[in-house]
Design a binder for this molecule. Structure first.
Ligand SMILES: [Zn+2]
Length: 250
């Protein structure tokens, strides 16, 4: 019995090591393309943001004023706009109904600042409208947090006890679903921001495209996240033999 357990755990540990630590196939097929894509997207955000941080918007409003105006003209009066620390740490907190803007956005009159500030205000408007993809995304947050934390361990355990492999794949599927649902949420927040920037004259018609570039670059980071999540899911579906016909032998 002891021998059986030792052999079982030795074989299992080889699988665990193969999956989690020494899996070159995983590094090359999944990690490398995902990291390269995420790196390119993040670089594009920084370059574009810095570039248009030096261009003053037509109206001369700061990011905070632009966001405030967008919220109030859309009939939202219970969301506060506050300054927070960090670089590009801007976000909308739906639990406290607070829009937090980084110093480079809050006080700046640049195209980048009003673009990012109005994008975050766009999330607050989605919240007020109960925009369906945002509601779905909020529901998925706790499930995704748990899945992201445990999926690799569950998959690794699945190479010793196969049913767990399918549970692990389901966890990666949840993470992928979350990244997909995030796309319309982000796209819609930017669309609302662009529309408001132009309609209220915060940017001139000529500046519309430039302000849009900052938001488009930010959107790319979410696309990169979704692609990385898809690659991870496909990889483990193949390893589990659910797609592609191959299957790791026990
Ligand atoms: Zn956003």
């Amino acid at each position: 019995m002891v021998c059986f357990l030792l052999i079982f755990s030795y074989r299992g540990m080889r699988k665990v090591k193969g999956v989690m630590f020494f899996d070159m196939q995983y590094m090359i097929l999944v990690m490398l393309p995902a990291l390269v894509l995420a790196g390119i997207a993040s670089l594009m955000v920084k370059v574009t943001f810095n570039r248009y941080s030096r261009v003053r918007c037509y109206s001369g409003l700061t990011g905070a004023q632009a966001a405030e105006r967008m919220l109030r003209t859309s009939g939202v009066f219970d969301v506060k706009v506050e300054e927070t620390g960090g670089f590009l740490s801007d976000h909308y907190d739906p639990t406290k109904k607070v829009l937090r803007l980084s110093p480079g956005v809050y006080e700046s009159q640049s195209l980048s600042a009003v673009g990012v500030a109005c994008h975050e205000a766009g999330h607050a408007l989605q919240h007020a409208d109960q925009y369906v993809p945002l509601v779905l995304r909020t529901v998925l947050v706790p499930v995704t947090n748990i899945s992201s934390m445990l999926a690799f361990y569950v998959v690794a355990a699945g190479f010793m006890f196969r049913p767990l492999l399918y549970v692990g794949c389901a966890m990666f599927a949840v993470a992928f679903l979350f990244s997909v649902v995030t796309l319309p949420v982000e796209w819609d927040a930017s669309a609302r921001a662009k529309q408001h920037l132009v309609n209220t004259g915060i940017v001139s018609p000529g500046q519309e495209i430039e302000a849009g570039r900052v938001l488009n670059a930010a959107f790319l980071t979410y696309v990169a996240g979704a692609v990385g999540s898809l690659l991870t899911l496909l990889y483990y579906l193949m390893r589990a033999g659910i797609i592609g016909g191959g299957r790791d032998r026990d």
